[in-house]
Design a binder for this molecule. Structure first.
Ligand code: URA
Length: 259
């Protein structure tokens, strides 16, 4: 790949404008292969040079992928019409101009949210035909009933007549009001409406996995992490629901109990 200007490389991969990059460079906040570069028009090789802004490496790859642990109170949109967008929570050095949330969580929902500028990947995840499974943990207003397992497995019908695909659900061993549910589709308010259809009510909801990608325990609410290429590929390797429940119930139930 031919050489390009440092400011172009950074502005195409972050939210910084060229004038901001010029100021950062003049303050010694940008390094190329570990050496401070005070000139923003410095020529770099995007394939071989290692660029750091404020100590964060800017990856050469064309697209960026971020996993956020969404907190309550933010909306999954790039617009701010109905509330504060999750986009405000992304640190500048991780953010690019064309990023958007690849999926929706309600304003009061928590957990795993993928944000990217890769439209093709987002389409693969969101496309109804792909059936990327997503696992949620819910806190219910009333105790879980064992009949939910067969009702959800049979494909429940919502109050407005919408048919859902078969879904797996499992109650926590030590808490009747906590359950994991795995969906293979993403209808509007689907988890809440499914539990409403069986006479219960979801008080809290947290998405804990998307495809084979599991929300890391250490990623606090409102925090973001950049995904590696192999993590992104993991999205398309589904998890075994029973193994997941056994391995992760303790960890994720603590999130909902303490919040
Ligand atoms: N289902 C819901 O009801 N809400 C969400 O945020 C996600 C799935």
């Amino acid at each position: 790949m031919s050489e390009i200007r440092l400011d172009r490389f950074i502005s195409e991969r972050t939210e910084y404008t060229r004038s901001q990059i010029k100021i950062l460079a003049s303050k010694g906040k940008i390094t190329v292969n570990g050496i401070i570069s005070r000139k923003s028009d410095f020529k770099i090789n995007p394939e071989t040079d290692c660029i750091n802004v404020l100590g964060n490496e800017i990856k050469a790859g064309r697209f960026r992928y971020i996993l956020m642990n969404k907190p309550s109170g933010y909306i999954c949109s790039t617009e701010e019409n109905d509330g504060i967008s999750v986009m405000n929570l992304i640190p500048s050095e991780m953010r690019t101009k064309n990023m958007f949330p690849a999926g929706r969580l309600d304003k009061d929902s928590l957990g795993a949210l993928l944000i990217t500028d890769d439209g093709r990947l987002a389409h693969r995840i969101l496309s109804p035909e792909k059936h990327i499974p997503k696992i949620y943990i819910v806190k219910l207003a009333r105790p879980f009933q064992s009949k939910y397992v067969n009702l959800f497995d049979g494909g429940i019908i919502l109050s407005d007549g919408t048919h859902c695909l078969p879904a797996r659900v499992k109650c926590a061993e030590n808490n009747d009001n906590l359950a994991f549910i795995q969906l293979n589709e993403g209808k509007y308010h689907q988890v809440k409406r499914m539990f409403a259809a069986v006479g219960n009510h979801v008080e809290k909801l947290m998405r804990v996995s998307v495809g084979g990608l599991i929300l890391p325990e250490k990623l606090g609410f409102g925090k973001c992490m950049e995904l590696l290429h192999k993590d992104v590929e993991n999205l398309f390797s589904p998890l075994d629901f029973d193994t997941f429940c056994n391995d992760f119930f303790g960890i994720f139930s603590a999130f909902l109990i303490n919040k």
